[in-house]
Ligand binder design. Structure first.
Ligand SMILES: NC(=O)CC[C@H](N)C(=O)O
Length: 404
């Protein structure tokens, strides 16, 4: 299993191995040696494992990972480099997403026609501290057994580390429980999403072609969600997580979207729930993804709990109980809605086939539904794109009912 060469505080045996330029120090005092990549310095956060085999740039730029360090179970990360399109964060503040990256194999020279930058330089530019050469299988097994630990990654090309101090910082790191991390990643101001540069043909809509107006509450929204809402015919206005219900209603939305985002949903719910309750009172069609799902669930009175190891990957099977169909989904969450706490006006529509956890709800007395996983994927399979059409149908039904 994991070796702790540093139990006695010495850095290496002094002659047989190249000197470590980065250390991963877990809260229980376990120390793993590796080679630093990306930004130098230290990163502290909760370590979770992601099992996706592709899409590392989208994963590393998903604002939902703020406050976390990702260990990739797929060993070869970085071999297609990075590019200018696969960034999921929407605004500059979202560069404060994931804090650290743990990789198995050393990063090779990029080999892909889209690559514009080596992963190492890209990580450095985004301030993400990384290390390679870690036994990520053993680390994943440890997380599976003990849950997601807090940890510090320290990267120093000279290999000078104060191990006792690092151990103390890892042990003293703030728990994710109770942390509202949305302020780190939400947009500072309202804006209309009119990204034209992504368009490569199919799905593009010029501003005049939009059929519906959706207000997206930005708890850390991913770019591909905005793209898919746009593709479904919606003009999207993104508002900060702190926008009041009055601000949102003044925009006269046909639908409201509750985005994904980082941290403990219960903490964000303190200010998000009252806003969502007012939107629901107005019977505005509402769709939530991940943190947005947790916010809708909290708004109707359900509870969220912290998961043992969370779900982070691109191959999670989920059953849509309304159709009986199984979809392979993209997931990234460390908290879950406790289905036993759902009120009678909320039904569980989706369930994880890995562990039976709640993956979606729909309200019976309001036009609102949400899913715990990421139907926009990015990365991941596109099985769940149908949910964007489901949202648009809800909007169209709402408009038809108003007109009648
Ligand atoms: N992707 C997300 O929106 C994550 C939601 C929440 N921060 C969780 O970990 O459960």
């Amino acid at each position: 299993m994991l070796q702790d060469k540093h139990a006695a505080g010495s850095l290496s045996d002094g002659w047989s191995e190249p000197r470590a330029t980065a250390l991963l120090v877990l809260q229980d005092g376990t120390v793993l040696e590796g080679f630093g990549i990306g930004a130098e310095g230290e990163a502290t956060g909760e370590v979770c494992f992601n099992t996706a085999m592709t899409g590392y740039q989208e994963i590393l730029t998903d604002p939902s990972y703020a406050g976390q360090i990702i260990t990739f179970t797929f060993p070869h990360i970085g071999n297609v480099g990075t590019n200018d399109e696969d960034t999921e964060s929407v605004n500059a503040a979202s560069s404060s997403g994931v804090r650290g990256a743990i990789l198995g194999a050393a990063v090779t020279e990029p080999s892909n026609w889209r690559a514009s930058r080596h992963l190492d330089a890209w990580l450095k530019a985004r301030g993400i501290v990384g290390l390679t050469g870690i036994d990520t299988r053993a680390l994943t097994a440890l997380i599976r057994d003990k849950g997601m630990p807090n940890a510090v990654i320290a990267h120093d090309p000279a290999g000078n580390f104060d191990i006792d101090a690092l151990k103390a910082r890892a042990a003293g790191a703030t728990s994710m429980d109770g942390l509202d991390l949305v302020p780190l990643v939400t947009s500072a101001q309202r804006f209309d999403w009119l990204e034209s540069t992504w368009n490569l043909g199919e799905g593009y809509r010029a501003p005049g072609e939009f059929k519906h107006h959706v207000v997206a509450i930005d708890y850390g929204v991913k770019r591909n969600i905005l793209r898919l809402l746009t593709r479904a015919g919606c003009k999207v206005t993104v508002v900060p997580a702190t926008a009041s219900a009055e601000d949102i209603l003044a925009l006269k939305p046909d639908g409201v979207f509750l985005s994904n985002g980082p941290g403990d949903p219960a903490a964000t719910g303190e200010y998000a729930v009252p806003v969502i309750r007012k939107v629901l009172e107005e019977k505005i069609p509402t769709f939530g993804i991940c943190l947005g799902h947790q916010m809708l669930s909290l708004a109707v009175g359900a509870k969220t709990t912290k998961m043992h190891q969370g779900h982070h990957g691109a191959n999670h099977p989920v059953k849509d109980r309304t159709t009986g169909k199984v979809e392979i989904t993209s997931m990234n969450h460390g908290f879950a809605v406790d289905p036993a706490t759902l009120p009678t006006n909320a039904v569980e529509t989706h369930t994880s086939l890995f562990d039976g956890s709640n993956c979606g709800i729909a309200l019976t007395d309001r036009p609102a539904f949400s899913v715990q996983y990421h139907p926009e994927a990015s990365p991941g399979p596109q099985d769940s794109h149908y949910l964007f059409d489901r949202f648009v149908r809800l909007i169209e039904d709402g408009k038809a009912a108003k007109a009648a």
